[in-house]
Design a protein around this ligand. Structure first.
Ligand SMILES: Cc1ncc(COP(=O)(O)O)c(C=O)c1O
Length: 385
């Protein structure tokens, strides 16, 4: 009989700096008494990001305009404000994957735009340029919002080409892909710095683009639309505080070492899971950093396996379940244009059989082996019933 640890195996554990490491930066705040409104720590963090963005671009992209980084107080803010800054016609159609987090859809509905739900590719679980081209050929689209699903990098070269060919802007929801997502010439991107994301600071977000005017509008929108003390845009308050920037700067100094540890952990975990023939991992991470969240597909209903793992003390989560077109707030947009814009077959399959497993910086090799073993046992016992 297998013995499982007394302590449950946690699904997620944020990896944030310790209080003592924050002290030097907190003392800088004490000295200046500058707590928010684009203070020195926010400026320092933005400068580091724009000058040393962690993912270089393919050489084929040549000389590019400088990267513009706007820090914000959540990963939802760069979606909402990025869309607002684009100034799209009210009521126009925006293509997004149904397999995503509610913020992707609510950000565009809050800007009075219409979500059009797309399916995702069977391997990367992403809305791809070819899926978007097929829809754009049949229906007018004002914007496309692909999602870097669970941190899997989107192909910026292909998305830049999509913008060039179609004239339709692209805002990548790269919420979980900090450290994995390059920024192209024409596409814009949004990142989350929520505690559970790879670069967690508690709450925070980034709008990243090479369009200096667009980034200036996002920044202005984050500060009540102010320009020379007048609101020239209908803005909000979405600024990052100096305390949050202090955490971000310490996190930035820890980042290289965090990456080395994650890669080593992932190599072992991936090996444990690869031994299970019927369990499939998301593809697209072959040359990148590991996924932000580990989701696998199973040969049976995810809820059956989730129940069995829970009895073994292993926490799981059905991420992005239900898909967006089945949430009460968004379901009236499913079947837009009479029938769905594209079939949602892959999305429905993922809704049935995708399950998130524990994955965090304190997950030991022994726990990874226990998870793989419990998974094998759960699959076997479900089959023998
Ligand atoms: C795809 C996606 N977009 C947006 C968000 C929202 O980010 P935040 O929680 O930082 O507002 C999330 C959060 O998990 C997400 O997964």
């Amino acid at each position: 009989m297998t013995s499982f640890p007394m302590q449950p195996i946690k699904l997620l554990l944020p990896d944030l700096p310790l209080a003592e490491d924050l002290l030097p930066l907190l003392r800088r705040i004490d000295a200046t008494r500058w707590y928010t409104n684009f203070g020195p720590l926010v400026k320092e963090f933005e400068a580091k990001l724009s000058q040393q963005w962690p993912i270089p671009l393919a050489l084929s992209m040549g000389e590019l305009p400088a990267l513009q980084v706007v820090t914000l107080n959540s990963g939802t803010a760069p979606l909402e404000l990025g869309i607002a800054a684009l100034g799209l016609p009210q009521g126009s159609n925006v293509l997004l994957p149904s397999f995503s987090f509610p913020a992707t859809a609510s950000a565009l509905l809050r800007n009075n735009l219409k979500p059009v739900f797309s399916d995702v590719a069977a391997d990367s679980w992403q809305l791809t340029p070819s899926l978007a081209r097929a829809t754009a050929a049949q229906h007018p689209l004002a914007l496309v919002m692909p999602v870097a699903t669970f941190g899997c990098p989107l192909d910026v070269v292909a998305w830049d080409k999509f913008v060039e060919d179609t004239g339709i802007p692209v805002l990548m929801d790269a919420a979980a892909a900090f450290g994995n997502q390059a920024i192209g010439r024409l596409v814009h991107a949004s990142f989350s710095l929520h505690a559970t994301k790879p670069f967690g600071i508690g709450e925070g977000g980034l709008f990243v683009t090479r369009d200096a005017e667009l980034s200036e509008r996002v920044r202005r929108l984050s500060n009540f639309g102010f320009e020379n003390e007048l609101s020239t845009l209908v803005g909000t308050n979405a600024k990052l505080s100096e305390y949050a920037a202090a955490i971000a700067l310490v996190q930035w100094s820890r980042w290289p070492e965090m990456q080395i540890r994650r890669r080593a952990q992932w190599a072992h975990y991936h090996e444990c899971l690869a031994a299970l023939d019927e369990v499939q991992c998301q593809s697209g991470f072959e040359t990148s950093m590991p996924p932000a969240n580990l989701i696998v597909t199973l040969p049976m209903a995810a809820e059956v396996v989730a129940r069995a793992l829970s009895q073994s003390g292993i926490e799981t989560r059905r991420w992005y379940y239900p898909p967006l077109h089945r949430h009460p707030a968004f379901e009236r947009y499913s079947g837009h244009w009479g029938t769905p814009a594209t079939s949602l077959a892959v999305t429905e399959k993922l809704a049935y059989c995708a399950l998130g497993l524990p994955w965090h910086h304190l997950l030991s090799q022994a726990a990874m082996q226990q998870i793989a073993l419990a998974l094998a046992q759960a699959l076997n016992s479900a089959k023998s019933r």
